[in-house]
Design a protein around this ligand. Structure first.
Ligand SMILES: Nc1nc2c(ncn2[C@@H]2O[C@H](COP(=O)(O)OP(=O)(O)OP(=O)(O)O)[C@@H](O)[C@H]2O)c(=O)[nH]1
Length: 221
């Protein structure tokens, strides 16, 4: 499986994207999915066992994308139930809770687990997005700053991150939209680099590959 799949979009057909949400148990993965898909929030959400998925359409630049969102069980004891579902993912949301430093420190483990079980080469470009959920908590309860999130992303070459609250619906829609936009950037880049059969290669010309740089967005777009 390639890290970024070749674009097969056609004008009348929705693009189906598999989005997997990973992170420690209790950071709010199920609540994020339910807020996004059904605009509902459950104060007493139960732990997920294995995986669950829901579909939701998003529109970006007049194109519709169907997101197949996979909510996984964050607890260690469910590892063998969740990891078989990583393969074929188009987007990975690495999630922590801003009032839980350990869940933030564990992002590295989640990233590694995803790369391993999705069978993606370490150095391949893959659309990861980091989500700091529970941004509604008080400043006394907060254990991870936005700056710490941005620094971690920089160190890990992740260009998209955002703080959300599934509870008060802040930035939830934006997070999923940002994830698709990130996927599109990599997809378009892969398209540009795709050689065409009738291309003539000028070996005397130096490469001027026009790499777009993307920036971290941490608030409303
Ligand atoms: N304050 C606050 N609480 C939240 C938010 N999102 C989720 N919660 C609460 O956090 C708890 C865990 O939420 P879940 O969505 O079940 O967490 P999860 O990451 O899916 O957990 P696992 O299924 O065990 O992996 C629940 O009590 C939610 O009500 C949020 O944005 N803010």
């Amino acid at each position: 499986m390639s890290a970024v799949r070749h674009n097969t979009r056609s004008p009348n057909k929705n693009t189906l994207l598999k989005v997997v949400i990973l992170g420690d148990g209790g950071v709010g993965k199920s609540c994020l999915m339910n807020r996004f898909v059904s605009n509902q929030f459950d104060e007493h959400s139960f732990h997920t066992i294995g995986v669950e998925f829901l579909n939701k359409d998003v529109e970006i630049d007049s194109e519709t994308y169907t997101l197949q969102i996979w909510d996984t069980a964050g607890q260690e004891r469910f590892k063998t139930l969740r990891t078989p579902f990583y393969r074929g993912s188009d987007i990975c949301m690495l999630t922590y809770a801003v009032d839980d430093k350990i869940s933030f420190k564990n992002l590295q483990l989640w990233k590694n687990e995803f790369l391993y079980y999705a069978d993606i080469k370490e150095n391949a470009q893959f659309p990861f997005i980091v989500i700091g959920n529970k941004s509604d908590v008080t400043s006394e309860e907060r254990e991870v700053t936005q700056l710490e999130m941005e620094m971690w992303c920089n160190e890990n070459s992740i260009t998209s991150c955002i703080e959300t609250s599934a509870k008060n619906a802040s930035n939830v829609h934006e997070a999923f939209k940002m994830a698709v936009q990130h996927w599109l950037r990599l997809e378009n880049r892969a398209d540009r680099n795709e050689p065409h059969i009738d291309d003539t290669v000028d070996l005397t010309k130096k490469s001027t590959a026009n790499r777009t740089s993307c920036c971290i967005a941490t608030g409303d777009e």
